[in-house]
Design a protein around this ligand. Structure first.
Ligand code: NAX
Length: 329
């Protein structure tokens, strides 16, 4: 294996998503089969032993692409030399917690992690936030890392995107790979706006294959509330599918998206796309070229899509106001 190893840090490494995610990164699913990986696992102190168990299983798998696994409870050490950071561990919403309490608790995690990335990660670091509330956690981390360009902090919207592809494929009797150019605007929350206005199914316009009532009353709410549906049926939250989303997001960021398609990425808004104001992390249609995400411009925005974008802007601006009031931005 001729190439130099890359360093990947995963937080919440002993959790459910980590348990799926780490093995796939170790096997080359992000960087390819010829690039060795050093894994750095960050956990809270009480979960260090569980993380050690995961590291033992990674060792037992004897992946050709896995060189080293190290475990930390100190972000300043965990992000040393990191090329790719997957921020999965977060503070879950507890009973009676208001949105501001949740954001404040997560500020105590994503602020210090952003700062540690700023001070210790590699110059080319790419950061993907999975832990909820993902968009605002990504913003908190970006604000704590003034020396890292904002666009290197993303929120994972890929699971929302693939949930939408799957629902549409099932409805029209197509295969997932036949579906192109779908987007989920906005926030990784129930406010999100899954949109098939530009989507093609084997080259045909998706909007001609389904009726508006299905899109509005079935498709959109089902995709937006799929996480809750999984919890109800499985008795636990989405884990393997979230790991798949994080892998696809990271792989495409590193290796590029296929021609003739786009995906959804929670990106830092610079104020120049679709009227979304600067300074929030927002789900946009995006392609990856030369290791950087670019928003796909020029899509025609219908009234319904505009309403969906506006609703998400409002929600994310409210969250931004909370992080400002907490001194996190
Ligand atoms: P788990 O509770 O199984 O695991 C979380 C892990 O994070 C735990 O091991 C915990 O010890 C660790 N942790 C907590 N604080 C930490 C810190 N400061 N530093 C390092 N590690 C820390 O949750 P899991 O099912 O793995 O989900 C992780 C996060 O993903 C949750 O916030 C969840 O809401 C979010 N999700 C995001 C999705 C998305 O599409 N963006 C979908 C799936 C999932 O709901």
């Amino acid at each position: 294996m001729a190439q130099a190893p890359v360093t990947v840090t995963v937080t919440g490494a002993a959790g459910n998503i980590g348990y799926s995610l780490l093995f796939r990164i170790a096997e080359g699913a992000v960087f390819g089969p010829d690039v060795p990986v050093n894994l750095r696992l960050l956990e809270i102190t009480p979960a260090l032993n569980a993380a050690k168990g995961v590291a033992m299983e990674l060792a037992d798998s004897a992946f050709n692409t896995l060189y080293d696994v190290d475990i930390f409870d100190d972000p300043n050490k965990a992000f040393e030399g990191t090329n790719l950071a997957l921020l999965v561990g977060a503070m879950p919403r507890k009973k009676g917690m208001e949105r501001a309490d949740l954001i404040s608790a997560n500020g105590g995690i994503f602020g210090p992690q952003g700062r540690a990335i700023n001070d210790h990660a590699a110059d080319d670091v790419k950061v993907t936030v999975v832990g909820n509330p993902a968009n605002t956690n990504a913003l908190i981390a970006a604000k704590a890392a003034p020396d890292v360009p904002n666009e290197r902090f993303t929120a994972m919207m890929r699971l929302d995107h693939t949930r939408a592809i799957s629902q549409l494929a099932e409805k029209v009797g197509a295969r997932n790979e036949d579906i192109k150019k779908l987007v989920v605007w906005g926030n990784h929350s129930a406010d999100q706006h899954p949109d098939i206005s530009y989507t093609t199914v084997n080259g045909k316009n998706a909007v001609d294959l389904v009726d508006d009532a299905w899109v509005n009353d079935v498709f959109r709410p089902r995709v937006a509330k799929r996480g809750a549906e999984i919890i109800e049926v499985r008795g636990a939250s989405s884990a393997a599918s979230a790991a798949s989303g994080a892998i696809a997001h990271s792989r495409d960021w590193v290796q590029g998206t296929p021609e003739g398609d786009f995906t959804t990425v929670g990106m830092y808004s610079d104020g120049s796309h679709y009227g979304v104001p600067e300074g929030i992390v927002f789900g946009f249609p995006a392609v990856s070229r030369n290791g950087a995400w670019e928003v796909v411009d020029g899509l025609e925005i219908s009234e319904a899509t505009q309403a969906g974008i506006d609703k998400n802007v409002k929600a994310l601006q409210e969250e931004f106001a909370i992080i400002q009031s907490l001194g996190l931005a």
